[in-house]
Design a protein around this ligand. Structure first.
Ligand code: SF4
Length: 359
């Protein structure tokens, strides 16, 4: 009996076959179907997106997908539920792999946030506190914010969201990513002693009443394991090995890494940097998810595009072209994404605040 080994070439053949079939199915459905793909999706899946981008761009695309009836979202769960919140009632959102979640989003849940908010209210008047929830969160937390005059932010609009928030309140309660909140506060010029870290496992977040009263930004103790892997030694190594190289990192990185980098920005910014700001022969080391860096390197062979270190998001990696193909081939029976109507109502308030303030 002959054993057939799976070789890399065989995988590429499958990928090409899947992409050809996906293109065919897309043509059959015409304008009634739109495929959205996040920048961290694998090369083949990203190639199949009608719209590709960071979570903010894809959120806008879902809100503006006027012709489409079916929206297939290649990303993680918090993006998919946001799209299902922003689209019309007659549109249907599908997720090719509903197991693709986000560990950072799981670091804050509604009971914890509600308890923390009540504890905050024992110290300060929460009417002066604006709850700001990162896009990378469950829908019930977006609804929590919407119900309390708050807003959603993404890594591409966080500064504008701080403008919006400080025009309406004296403090920001930012969850679940400490680092995006801290890097934005640093760039905003907020003094370090007015930025505090709230540990949801401790009463009053582990803070004194004085710290809470004096704070302008209260950060949730959450993080993205993909971005907190990067450290200063990696930057030093890249610069030593490739003289003249620039370092560009995502704002979910630690503040020390952001301070040492040449540029910081969302995935949309990083892509724009490689495509439009670099000239042939230029070099860049990037601190973000490795699939995106790999794609940019493949698409720009005349530039040196390398990761600070290979840091992969296993959840973004879950969706393959095979999954997308299977979803499209069975779209009429694929389980649509459901969102609770009450959550949808208030989450939409917070998402609409974001879209209105960030343009
Ligand atoms: S890269 Fe980080 S924040 Fe984004 S989905 Fe993966 S774990 Fe979540």
């Amino acid at each position: 009996m002959t054993t057939v080994m799976q070789s890399p070439i065989r995988i590429e053949e499958n990928e090409a076959d899947n992409i050809a079939r996906i293109d065919q199915l897309r043509k059959q459905r015409g304008d009634s179907l739109i495929i959205l793909a996040h920048h961290y999706q694998r090369l083949g899946v990203h190639r199949c997106g009608d719209v590709t981008g960071d979570s903010y761009a894809l959120c806008k695309a879902a809100a503006n997908a006027h012709k489409a009836r079916d929206i297939v979202f290649c990303g993680v769960r918090f993006m998919v539920t946001s799209a299902a919140t922003l689209c019309r009632n007659d549109q249907v959102v599908y997720h090719p792999d509903r197991n693709a979640g986000c560990p950072m989003a799981d670091m804050a849940n509604l009971p914890q946030v509600t308890t923390s908010w009540l504890e905050l209210g024992e110290v300060v008047n929460t009417r002066s506190v604006i709850p700001v929830v990162y896009m990378n969160s469950d829908l019930d937390l977006k609804a929590f914010c919407g119900e309390r005059g708050g807003i959603v932010c993404t890594s591409s609009n966080a500064r504008k969201v701080y403008d919006w928030s400080f025009a309406r309140g004296q403090k920001v309660f930012f969850f679940p990513d400490e680092h995006l909140g801290r890097n934005t506060a640093n760039a905003y010029g907020i003094p370090r002693d007015q930025i505090v870290l709230w540990d949801p496992k401790l009463r009053f977040g582990g803070l004194t009443h004085e710290q809470i009263t004096n704070a302008r930004v209260i950060l949730w103790k959450g993080y993205c394991h993909v971005h907190t892997r990067f450290d200063l030694a990696m930057l030093a190594k890249a610069r030593a090995e490739h003289p003249g190289i620039k370092v560009v990192v995502h704002p979910e990185c630690h503040e020390s890494v952001v301070a040492a980098a040449d540029f910081v920005g969302s995935t949309g910014f990083i892509q724009d940097y490689v495509l439009n700001r670099m000239k042939p022969g230029d070099k860049v080391a990037i601190g973000t998810e490795v699939n995106m860096i790999h794609r940019l390197a493949v698409q720009n062979p005349d530039k040196l595009v390398i990761p600070l270190v290979r840091s992969l998001c296993p959840n973004m990696f879950k969706i393959s072209t095979g999954d997308l193909r299977e979803c499209l081939e069975n779209l009429d029976t694929w389980e649509p994404v459901h969102v609770d109507p009450r959550e949808k109502h208030y989450a939409r308030v917070a998402l609409d605040n974001m879209l209105a303030c960030a343009g």
